[in-house]
Ligand binder design. Structure first.
Ligand SMILES: [Zn+2]
Ligand SMILES: [Zn+2]
Length: 127
């Protein structure tokens, strides 16, 4: 019996031009966070929110304002609509809030801030 060893044929398609994988937005990558201090009045509850540079939502009722487009803090949106809370989850020691803009339906997730209303977060999580 012959031990027939076939040589691997050279593959002309071994190195195909790879499609540009530029949409590799890794989760949790916040190096692009743009810090900007600004105060605003919550349009939902009227609370005067003092911005600390990361503030994008009301710490009292937790509603947000649509000012960011892709990255929290980029202030790239001129929508200005109210960001309603869709859901709240608790992930690896942190609250995450899922928002949907009541004006343009844009959705995104933000991490809750230190001084956010914890009872409200827990209440929303139960819903
Ligand atoms: Zn509020
Ligand atoms: Zn919007």
């Amino acid at each position: 019996m012959r031990n027939f060893k076939s040589k691997p044929t050279p593959n002309p398609y071994l190195d195909p031009p790879s499609p540009s994988a530029s949409d590799g937005l890794s989760k949790g990558d916040r190096r692009n966070f743009i810090r900007k201090k600004e105060d605003f009045v919550c349009e939902n509850c009227g609370y005067k929110v003092v911005g600390n540079g990361y503030t994008d939502h009301c710490p009292k009722c937790l509603w947000g304002k649509h000012v960011d487009e892709e990255i929290p803090g980029d202030r790239a949106s001129d929508c200005g609509g109210l960001m309603k809370i869709v859901e709240v989850t608790y992930l690896s020691g942190k609250f995450k809030i899922h928002y949907r803009c009541s004006k343009c339906r844009h959705e995104f997730w933000v991490g809750a801030a230190e001084d956010d209303n914890r009872e409200e977060l827990i209440e929303l999580m139960r819903k």
